[in-house]
Design a protein around this ligand. Structure first.
Ligand code: AHM
Ligand code: MG
Length: 335
């Protein structure tokens, strides 16, 4: 019988290539994988275990928290705080940095995550996901602060997401391409099913929340309008549109069949530069997309080059098939 490559085997074999690797990173990734399996189970059982619905609380960004936002955040903390690999964590659901409790050793990595992205979809049984990013902790000895996390996306050691969809998948990059694993529930292991995922440079599919159209800037209005004009317009081809409102599901679709995803700058709330958060949404997804041959930009700058200014900073996001992203960037440059 052929046994597929488990994610653990894959990570160990990948790390063997790296001189001086201590096994810390491999072990950290394993704990993240465990957290994603536990979350997958909770999301899958849903109403059976009473985890659907909202709480009265709001997170630091003023968004109503779902029960599962809080539960999944707790799962991530519990799975990752004890092993001695992390110096601190930060997440969409916590106002400040989470320090590793004194009873555990402090390690050299920082973990940033959105434990349940797209959680507005969870009550209606549409795909949601977990996004994570691993950074090195700068400085030795001192307790990490928010500043420790403010590193450009190019500094990420690894990034990934788990997609809780019709199957549960984990997609990972450590800077050597992108690989996808599917959870085999019978044996409780993620098995390599999508090796070397690559995004085609061209696409005929775009994803954007079109209800915000009146708030977009000129270049995005122009790009979408030209897609809508189809064969008879300047693009001379018909485009298809998708909007799941779960970034993980959109990025996964783009990794599998190409496409462009946009949550651009808009004037809906002038206090916000965009909707998606740089550290735990835009950066990890941009790292994955670039590693798969795609591109990712705010429209004006490569996302991975941005110097973060705050833990919960928001940025415009335009990512996916390279030639399409470059077209949107070119339209921004013309203004
Ligand atoms: P969340 O982290 O609070 O779930 O918000 C992020 C999500 C993304 O997954 C998705 O792309 C976007 O918000 C959808 O926004 P909208 O509801 O405006 O379509
Ligand atoms: Mg999110």
């Amino acid at each position: 019988m052929h046994i597929g490559t488990t994610i653990t085997q894959f990570i160990i074999e990948e790390q063997r290539q790296i001189k001086g690797a201590t096994g810390d990173f491999t072990s950290l990734l394993n704990d993240i994988v465990t957290a994603c399996k536990v979350i997958s189970n909770a999301v899958n059982k849903g109403a059976l275990i009473g985890v659907m619905g909202s709480l009265d609380s709001e997170n630091v960004q003023g968004e109503t928290q779902k029960k599962l936002d809080v539960i999944t955040n707790e799962i991530f903390i519990q799975s990752n705080e004890w092993a001695g690999h992390l110096a601190a964590m930060a997440s969409e659901e916590m106002d400040d940095v989470y320090q590793i409790p004194g009873r555990y050793p402090r390690g050299k990595y920082l973990l940033v995550f959105d434990p349940l992205d797209g959680s507005s979809n969870v009550d209606v049984n549409i795909s949601v996901g977990t996004i994570f990013s691993i950074l090195r902790c700068p400085g030795a000895g001192d307790a990490p602060t928010a500043e420790s996390f403010l590193q450009p996306g190019t500094q990420q050691v690894a990034a990934g997401y788990a997609l809780y969809g019709s199957s549960t998948m984990l997609v990972l990059t450590t800077g050597h391409g992108v690989n996808g694993f599917t959870l085999d529930r019978d044996i409780g292991e993620f098995i390599l099913t999508h090796p070397n995922m690559t995004i085609p440079a061209d696409t005929r599919e775009f994803a954007i929340n079109a209800s915000n159209q009146r708030f977009w800037e000129g270049p995005v209005k122009r790009y979408v309008q030209e897609c809508l004009e189809g064969k008879t317009g300047p693009r001379a081809r018909d485009f298809n549109m998708r909007w799941v409102a779960s970034m993980v599901a959109e990025v996964h679709r783009i990794l599998v069949r190409g496409g462009i995803f946009m949550y651009p700058k808009d004037t809906k709330d002038p206090a916000k530069a965009g909707k998606l958060r740089l550290l735990y949404e835009a950066n990890p997804m941009s790292f994955i997309v670039e590693q798969a041959g795609g591109a990712s930009s705010t429209g004006r700058q490569r996302i991975l080059d941005l110097q973060p200014e705050g833990l919960h900073q928001r940025v415009p996001v335009i990512l996916g098939s390279k030639n399409e992203v470059e077209k949107v960037v070119a339209y921004h440059n013309e203004t």
